[in-house]
Write a protein that binds this ligand. Structure first.
Ligand code: SF4
Length: 231
């Protein structure tokens, strides 16, 4: 179940600016209220994409295989309905020498997949999303995947920032310094003008807290506007 496959420059997180082919899976049952990909929520009963089809499209979108990094996103590619297809794709991409990032919504730590990919971008859902990330999942990420992950939180308010800060401080007490990057993404909603004030606030709050996070916005939305898809 694929929503779309497209070439774009990574717009957020620690790999901002990197050319990638995105494979966006269709289907998500998590329900973040500020989701900017609500068109990916429905699970379609029929898949029209075989793994071979996906590999061919990744190759074509990447200018005949020149772009060698793939980001698997959604939707929720870790949902049990999607996972078997994702696993098959990941193993075939690896055989072909691609580097692979997976976007994880924070609701599941899937070792069979995370062990295979190069990087996991793992969400810490903040109060404004009205979804909760089990803290056990953050602990597992720090314990097993700190060397190849970022923890990413969307910040829409001071409440979101304080929540992320408390989690970060608790994890620092438990694990000490780790290689994981903790990233704050100032919320930039669809249909909204560029929220400069919110960005400046998040930057200031982070500085006041000692700069425990990297504040990284969604570059693709600055460039193309918040509503444009597949960029
Ligand atoms: S997990 Fe991602 S796709 Fe699913 S609702 Fe949340 S933001 Fe949207």
């Amino acid at each position: 179940m694929i929503n779309c496959i497209y070439r774009a420059t990574e717009g957020e997180g620690v790999f901002v600016g990197r050319s990638q082919v995105f494979v966006r899976y269709q289907g998500c049952a998590i329900g973040c209220v500020n989701c900017d990909s609500k068109d990916t929520w429905d699970f379609l009963s029929e898949s029209t994409h075989s793994t071979e089809d996906i590999l061919n499209q990744v190759y074509d979108e990447g200018f005949g295989g020149k772009i060698k990094y793939v980001s698997i996103t959604g939707g929720d590619p870790l949902h049990p309905k999607l996972l078997p297809g994702v696993m098959e794709l990941v193993l075939k991409l690896k055989e072909r020498g691609y580097g692979i990032n997976v976007e994880a919504a924070g609701s599941r730590v899937v070792s069979e997949l995370f062990d295979q990919v190069d990087f996991v971008s793992f969400d810490l859902k903040t109060p404004s999303t009205e979804v909760k990330t089990p803290i056990e999942n953050i602990k597992k990420m720090l314990e097993f995947y700190a060397h190849k992950s970022q923890i990413k939180a969307v910040i829409a308010s001071r409440e979101d920032f304080d929540f992320a800060l408390n989690v970060k401080k608790d994890m620092d007490k438990m694990f000490g310094p780790t290689q994981t990057s903790w990233v704050l993404t100032p919320c930039y909603n669809t249909g909204e003008m560029f929220p400069m004030e919110r960005f400046v606030e998040v930057i200031n709050w982070n500085e006041e807290a000692g700069g425990l996070f990297r504040v990284i916005g969604q570059q693709h939305k600055w460039i193309h506007g918040p509503d444009k898809k597949q960029v």
